[in-house]
Design a protein around this ligand. Structure first.
Ligand code: CP3
Length: 346
């Protein structure tokens, strides 16, 4: 099947900084636990089963497409599937989150990780093909991967962490080992995103969720340069690259040097000010504080309008949250937010 061309869609036009009649909208974690319909599926399968069964991954990817009037679908999967494919023993437990039972902490652990893993991620390519059949050209599909530093943090800590103590210790005491690990993840991530592009995604986003834990110098050395390598290695004609991190309100000017098409900005900074600090033609995505979606509808409307008034006249603006939707945000508030956004015209 040939991939539907999405160059005229709101999302891809805005990502390439072309004029759009209104800003496109999608939201990180738009397919997930805040939706009652997600639980109907989740109660029958484990999270990894959902990711690895193309028909189910496609069903979940389509939930926000069918229930919210969003302008892009994002593939249902997880950033940690690359770590699993490299040899990580991954599981997800309700209330605990992701766990790698065999953390990567020594030189032998790093050496044991595999880097030719395309076959193990074929289920993602299969899911992309099913989703594109279902979308049938209506809106673009975003593929994604975790950035090497964020994936490394899960592999080294063995799961989620508040302070990234072991990961940072590896960066500081054993930088050569950290670089070896990061280089392996970067190689796998480049291949993985190219596999998604070959399977038919229309855009890709790189998630460096925990970059904010790093100092400026450490971010440059241990995160930025690998993201730069990945972006440079993508076969991305007509496929915009979105670079996201928590901490982008500080790191965005450096992130721009890796030459993504779009930088996804957290909610700590004024989006227009940040856009003007970036090179001309670099689009921004963001940056509503997701906690606004817990608030009263009048507050939701007011904050969305404030952001849009601020961005009036700016080409290259994609509405999103500064980070993902939390699982206990009321579904009707998300639906309302999308309605407010879709009513807006520049
Ligand atoms: O955005 C989307 O709707 C697409 C799907 C998606 C998921 N994870 C589904 C998911 C995406 C893009 C991700 C990325 C991801 N995964 C990130 C980066 C984005 C971010 O939010 O910063 C990170 C750090 C992970 C790692 C991860 N996966 C964690 C920490 C958890 C547990 C979270 C928690 O609050 O318990 C997951 C599990 C996960 N990934 C769920 C979903 C819908 C929940 C699984 C469940 O139903 O139990």
């Amino acid at each position: 099947m040939s991939t539907p061309n999405q160059l005229d869609s709101l999302l891809i036009k805005a990502a390439f900084s072309q004029k759009t009649e209104s800003p496109p909208v999608w939201m990180m974690r738009q397919a997930g636990r805040f939706m009652p319909e997600y639980w109907e599926i989740k109660n029958k399968y484990s999270f990894l089963e959902m990711c690895k069964t193309p028909e189910i991954a496609a069903d979940v990817t389509m939930l926000p497409v069918d229930l919210l009037d969003i302008d892009a679908a994002i593939l249902f999967s997880d950033i940690l599937v690359t770590g699993e494919a490299m040899g990580g023993d991954l599981s997800f437990t309700q209330g605990i989150g992701p766990k790698f039972a065999n953390p990567v902490r020594t030189a032998a652990d790093v050496d044991a990780l595999e880097t030719e893993v395309g076959d193990r991620l074929q289920y993602v390519a299969d899911a992309i093909k099913v989703v594109q059949q279902r979308l049938n050209g209506s809106i673009p599909l975003i593929g994604f991967a975790g950035a090497p530093f964020t994936v490394m943090s899960y592999l080294v800590e063995g799961g989620s962490s508040k302070d990234f103590k072991l990961t940072k210790l590896m960066l500081h005491n054993h930088p050569e080992l950290a670089h070896k690990l990061l280089a392996k993840i970067a190689k796998v991530t480049t291949d993985y995103l190219n596999l998604q592009i070959a399977a038919g995604v229309n855009a890709v986003q790189i998630f460096d969720s925990w970059a904010q834990a790093l100092s400026w110098d450490d971010y440059r050395e241990f995160s930025h340069q690998y993201i730069q390598q990945i972006i440079a290695g993508l076969h991305r004609k007509d496929i915009p690259v979105i670079s996201f991190c928590k901490g982008s309100s500080v790191f965005a000017p450096l992130m721009a040097e890796a030459k993504p098409d779009v930088i996804s900005i957290d909610w700590n900074v004024d989006l227009k000010d940040m856009k003007h600090r970036l090179p001309a033609g670099m689009a921004v995505q963001g940056n509503l504080d997701p906690h606004i979606l817990y608030a009263d509808k009048s507050v939701i409307k007011d904050r969305i309008h404030r952001l849009f008034e601020r961005m009036r006249g700016e080409d290259g603006f994609i509405f999103n949250l500064g980070h993902g939707i939390m699982p206990d945000i009321p579904f009707e508030n998300v639906k309302y937010a999308v309605e407010v956004i879709k009513e807006f015209r520049y």
